[in-house]
Design a binder for this molecule. Structure first.
Ligand SMILES: O=P(O)(O)OC[C@H]1O[C@](O)(CO)[C@@H](O)[C@@H]1O
Length: 467
């Protein structure tokens, strides 16, 4: 196995490590048999690039060219890019940018040729207002990302931004500072681009759902503008694609991850905590939370039988959350599986100076390093969980670079699809989020949603009993 490979360590899911809450060899054989059936249905389609996210790692230079050209054009115009999008149209760019440029990336100047990247994913007037107030519009461009082109939050942000830009520089110049990433044919952004003419557009492939779109222009444009090597990101995803198409369950990391987590779901481990031991991977945990929650949380199975499937994802970060959530994970209800992510090479280390040698309780730190400390904490936490018979998995990344991250993104997407197949639900739709959306339309007075407005008047209990 190449040294560049991301590995899945499932040692802490075995009976040897966590007793009755782990799997024996016989259990693993059984899980493998179910997974083999699942792979029989997934692999032929995956080889055809289906569902659409499976084909993204294989984008050709011709397909990437418009993305790279647009990133270059934006960089010529400005030094700051603001993405307006929400959910799958926002979380992927944040996850990768945070991982590669660091959590503090917007607090300091970026290297030459790398745009500052803000992802404004919430129509919260306080935070969005503060961002707008502090932007120099002459040095800022905007990427409006919405596959549907109808998401209220994103369209509202776009309208606010467009009005500001128009007032400052006139419509034509304003439009040059805005690029849309949207469906190739449908939706309001496409309509506006066709009508108004001046807006550049990149395409979200119609068969790629929002939460699976990080490796499409949705994520690639902002990431290229921020200076990340999107070709290397895709090469990592390609390397993982090959491994996820392995029909042998025990060598296929996505099938293993899906098979083990689904087995734990069947034994009432209803919560999946993703806890990377790297501050800069917190965005990845938040991206994964949408992927896992929206894909697997379903009322009915493929036969229409009510199942209420799913596993609640929690985004945590080590070592920080050892001092906040870990007590619950170690001693609370036996309803959790923890998915750690660790870095073999932390990407730099800081030696701890040998001060205070006369204080025994801290003198051991002197001469060690921060890297050694956080790595020991990750190991110790997994072992401590296991002592209390709490299972966990660990995604081991050789280092935090574009190639490894491409592997991780693809692995988690493939595992999510496979988990959905094992659960016999549709992991690619999200019918449950519709009701809240249409009721909001009713409240906001959207034409055609008068019934929803009425319905809201009947079911809105908020504020009826206040203390
Ligand atoms: O890209 P769009 O169409 O604006 O959708 C944004 C997000 O909204 C959802 O449809 C859920 O409301 C997600 O699946 C999606 O990622």
């Amino acid at each position: 196995m190449s040294e560049d490979m991301v590995r899945l360590d499932y040692s802490y899911c075995t009976a040897e490590a966590v007793g009755q809450n782990g799997f024996s060899d016989a259990d693993l054989d059984r899980i493998g048999k179910d997974a083999a059936l699942m792979l029989d249905s997934v692999l032929p389609e995956a080889k055809q690039g289906k569902p659409g996210f499976m084909a993204l790692p294989f984008m050709t230079d011709d397909e990437l060219d418009p993305v790279l050209k647009e990133a270059g054009r934006l960089k010529d115009l400005a030094d700051t890019l603001v993405v307006l999008g929400i959910g799958g149209s926002a979380l992927g760019a944040t996850a990768v940018d945070m991982a590669l440029a660091g959590s503090l990336r917007n607090s300091f100047a970026r290297p030459h040729g790398c745009m500052r990247l803000f992802v404004a994913d919430n129509p919260d007037p306080r935070s969005f207002g503060m961002l707008l107030h502090n932007l120099d519009l002459n040095r800022t461009v905007f990427n409006v990302v919405s596959k549907s082109g109808s998401t209220a939050e994103t369209m509202a942000q776009f309208m606010v931004v467009m009005e500001m830009l128009k007032n400052k520089m006139g419509w034509d110049k304003a439009a040059q500072r805005v690029v849309f990433t949207t469906d190739p044919e449908k939706g309001n952004l496409r309509l506006i681009a066709q009508k108004e003419g001046d807006f550049r557009c990149l395409e979200v492939p119609p068969d790629v759902g929002g939460r699976f779109s990080v490796l499409s222009p949705v994520g690639l444009l902002p990431l290229a503008a921020a200076g990340h090597n999107i070709k290397v990101l895709l090469s990592g995803a390609r390397a993982m694609y090959e491994r996820c198409l392995n029909p042998d369950f025990s060598s296929n990391p996505a099938a293993l991850l899906a098979g083990l987590t689904v087995e734990y779901m069947h034994s009432a481990r209803n919560i999946l905590v993703m806890m990377p031991y790297a501050t800069d991977l917190f965005g990845l945990a938040q991206w994964f939370a949408q992927l896992w929650a929206e894909s697997l949380g379903k009322a009915s199975d493929l036969d229409g039988k009510e199942v209420h499937a799913g596993q609640t994802p929690v985004a945590a970060v080590g070592a920080t959350d050892q001092h906040s959530q870990l007590q619950l994970y170690i001693e609370g209800p036996q309803d959790k599986l923890v998915l750690f992510a660790t870095l073999d090479d932390m990407g730099g280390d800081i030696p701890i100076p040998g001060l205070f040698q006369d204080i025994d309780s801290i003198s051991y730190l002197g001469g060690a390093s921060m890297g050694a400390l956080i790595k020991s904490e990750a190991k110790a936490t997994q072992a401590a969980l296991a002592q209390q018979k709490r299972p966990s998995l660990n995604l081991r990344l050789p280092r935090l670079d574009a190639h490894c991250l491409g592997q991780v993104l693809f692995l988690l997407e493939a595992a999510t699809l496979m988990a959905g197949k094992l659960l016999r639900i549709n992991p690619l739709d999200q019918p449950g989020v519709e009701l809240g959306k249409v009721l909001t339309y009713g409240l906001m007075g959207r034409k055609g949603f008068e019934q929803e407005a009425k319905r809201m008047a009947e079911i809105d209990f908020g504020g009826k009993r206040l203390v």
